[in-house]
Design a binder for this molecule. Sequence first.
Ligand SMILES: *Cc1c(COP(=O)(O)O)cnc(C)c1O
Length: 408
Amino acid sequence: MITTNLDIETIREDFPILKRKVNGYPLVYLDNAATSQTPKQVINTIVDYYSRYNANIHRGVHSLSQEATDAYENARRKIQNHINAAQPYEIIFTSGTTDSINLVANGFTSFLKKGDEILVSAMEHHSNIVPWQMLCERTGAILKVIPMNHEGEFLIEDYAKMLSKNTKLVVCNHVSNALGTINPIEQIIALAHEVNAAVLIDGAQAAPHIKIDIQELNVDFYTVSAHKICGPTGVGILYGKEEWMTKLPPYQGGGEMIAEVTFEKTTYADLPHKFEAGTPNICGGIAFGAAIDYMNSLGYDAIASYEKELLEYATERLLSITGLKIYGTSQHKTSVISFNVEGIHPYDIGTILDKLGIAVRTGHHCAQPVMDYFNIPGTIRASFSFYNTKDEVDNLVAGVEKAKKMLG
Ligand SMILES: *Cc1c(COP(=O)(O)O)cnc(C)c1O
């Protein structure tokens, strides 16, 4: 029995897509770590924006422009409050986590020199690896990998030994998208600060499950993508601590980010506009705010405890299948299960599950080094959200059993 304060059936009514059929079967959507589905509260916000007050922001004197500006800036404050950042201008709207990380990596170019070190965990998404490799190429800095163990856990003692006066940056995800591991970011941040290194935490996979307190974490940079937390695609945020964001040079040049432009010299706008060149995803930002309201209306505690029960139930049921192995077995994880069935390629199982209307992810999950560590080409990843049910877990298990019979 799964007990929860959430009324899952009513919640499911908020998500029109969950009524869909796929290949003749009711959709079982278990690819939430890739992107979450969108509740009608967020969809309505988007429709309302384009139906009533679509206008460019920050420059217009007309009413529509002011309404759009107010809504956009209000969304920024919602996000600020949600993560308890000290200032609204520490929230920079970006196109998502990838964009946020590139903004910081680009900004650090002038801060690093040959021999400086960037530490990165072994379980990163490619978007938290490649921008740092590019930064190292530009500056001669060295990228060093913090190891993990076979449970898929960050090795804090090894990390502590790697820190030195050469360490300028530590980058790590809060939650691994490939394994579900929740990393001990409080300790990671505190240890980095002892050697005066800055810390960027990729929060893309944590935001749908964990409510953070930026000021308590005392983190320097934190990233979120709206589309993983019931918002639209193509929008996200970078949280950047004021002292860093003041020092960091602008990322892109253009409109909105300037104070004054002449052909001789341009001066830049204050935060956050310095980092927001061009017309932003206005509707997306406003809808991101609506997604945060939606998540908070359910409550993160209720979400976490329900998802934990789903995770435990799914783990137990899947492990009853002989030959099935789970990757990412930490006690501290979100509702992500990466697995393989002995002798069968993950892609083949994914294809059969799709024929049954069950959406999972197969492959390396943009985390090839994690797959290399376990010496596998990829996994099948089922990732659960608060709108998933125990029946859907049963469907998944039956689907994997069926695939195994067909392919084994
Ligand atoms: C999804 C994800 C990203 C990339 O996010 P985008 O929205 O595609 O930019 C980065 N890191 C982790 C851990 C993710 O789950």
